[in-house]
Structures are given as structure tokens and as C-alpha cells.
Design a protein. Structure first.
Length: 236
């Protein structure tokens, strides 16, 4: 075999091994485990906190977590002020006469996945309008900007999925993205409602497992050794 042919064969072998390594990461798009918490406040230039009140409106924060399915995860659990879970917080409205014309700021903080590009926080501002009169007629509406926000991440920390995850998939490490949006809500006097949202278009390419990377490294080392042996024979 000529030197040129040998180099060509080794090059093809290296390319094949590289494709195997890349395919280990790209062969499937795993689901994404998402977790976080919310804070909110009423009024212009306010600082979001665990709770907030204006007139007869009271906001209470929340935590959420879960794994997407087919790239989707709804965040809309039942309201439970003081211990909201799997929603974006709750709002209670009293029956006291009140006219509302203010803003509301909702801050979402993601703790998983880690490695979100830029910031792990998103701020959503709603225009709050409505009127409550003494005979309980009327209501209040939170009008959010519903445009989905795209998050990209590179999370190298392969931690166990506390929800159990999806068999055969890694859901807490890898490179990927998801979109997140908040829904408008309306409330009548005397009610408590949850602020809801959703994760859409979630996808993640799994980081190659150590065994796959070892196989790739072994193949490259073998190709290099073969080249050295052939070169030595040619020189002899």
C-alpha cells in the first residue's frame, strides 16, 4: 500500500470515528427538566418580592418543576397562596370597592437547566386594569406580553432528574433550548387564581457518555499507531 493510500485510509477512519462520536450526542433530542421560582410586585419600577399587595389585589409567589413531554410542559397548577407549586404564582382579589390601573411585574428565575446563556431570569410586565364595585360586579385583568422568549443552555452537570425523568433519556444535562411564555389572566371579586404559562419547543442533545468518548479515543489512538508502524516499515 502506498503512503498516499495509507494516509487516505487513516483519514477516512478518523472521520468515521468522529461521526460515531458526534452521533452519540445528536442521535436523539432528549426532553428537558425545568425548575424555578417566581417573584412579583405592583407599580412602576418596583422590586419583585415573595408577595405584593395593591388595594384588594394580593400576589403570592410560586415554585415549579417538571420534565417536558414532546417538547411541552404546562405550568398551571391550582392556586395555593403561601405554598404555590407548579404555577407562576397566585393572585387574590377582595370584594372591596376599588378601581385598578397599574402595572404588575412578574420575574421568573430558572434553576434548571443550568448554563442558560445570558441570564436565567426573565421579567414579564403586565398592564393591570379593572374595577371592583360593592355588589361584587366587575373584575380585574392582567394583560401580559405573550410573545415566547427563547432560552438556550449548555448544562454539563449530569444530575439525577428528581421527577424520575423519561426512561432511556438524560434530562438534566446537555445543550439545547426552550421557549417560555406567560398567559393573560382575569379574576372576579372574591376569587384566587393561578398565573399560568408554558414551556414549548424544548429540545436537548445529550452529552456523549464517557464510554462513547473512550471508544472514540481508542479508535483514534489505534489509527495513529497503525500509521506509525507503516511509516517505520517504509523507512526501514
Amino acid at each position: 500500500m502506498t503512503r498516499t493510500a495509507l494516509i487516505r485510509n487513516i483519514t477516512l477512519s478518523v472521520a468515521a470515528f468522529l461521526m460515531i462520536g458526534l452521533n452519540a450526542a445528536a442521535a436523539r433530542a432528549d426532553e428537558v427538566f425545568v425548575a424555578g421560582f417566581t417573584n412579583g410586585c405592583f407599580g412602576a419600577a418596583c422590586a419583585p418580592g415573595a408577595s405584593a399587595t395593591t388595594g384588594g389585589l394580593t400576589f403570592s409567589n410560586a415554585t415549579f418543576s417538571g420534565t417536558t413531554a414532546a417538547g411541552f410542559r404546562g405550568i398551571g397548577g391550582a392556586p395555593n397562596p403561601g405554598s404555590n407549586f407548579n404555577n407562576l404564582g397566585s393572585v387574590s382579589l377582595s370584594t372591596a370597592p376599588q378601581t385598578y390601573n397599574t402595572t404588575f411585574t412578574l420575574q421568573i428565575t430558572f434553576v434548571a437547566p443550568q448554563g442558560i446563556t445570558g441570564s436565567n431570569q426573565a421579567t414579564f410586565t403586565a398592564t393591570v386594569t379593572g374595577t371592583v364595585i360593592s355588589d361584587n360586579i366587575g373584575g380585574v385583568r392582567f394583560d401580559f406580553n405573550n410573545t415566547p422568549i427563547l432560552f438556550t443552555f449548555n448544562d454539563p452537570n449530569c444530575e439525577p432528574d428528581p421527577t424520575g425523568g423519561i426512561p432511556g433519556q438524560q434530562t438534566t444535562c446537555g445543550q439545547g433550548s426552550f421557549s417560555f411564555s406567560v398567559n393573560d389572566v382575569a379574576i372576579d371579586p372574591g376569587q384566587t387564581i393561578a398565573i399560568t404559562g408554558q414551556i414549548t419547543a424544548a429540545q436537548q442533545a445529550t452529552i456523549p457518555e464517557p464510554a462513547s468518548m473512550l471508544l472514540l479515543g481508542t479508535g483514534l489512538a489505534g489509527a495513529a499507531a497503525a500509521y506509525r508502524r507503516r511509516s517505520k516499515k517504509t523507512q526501514d
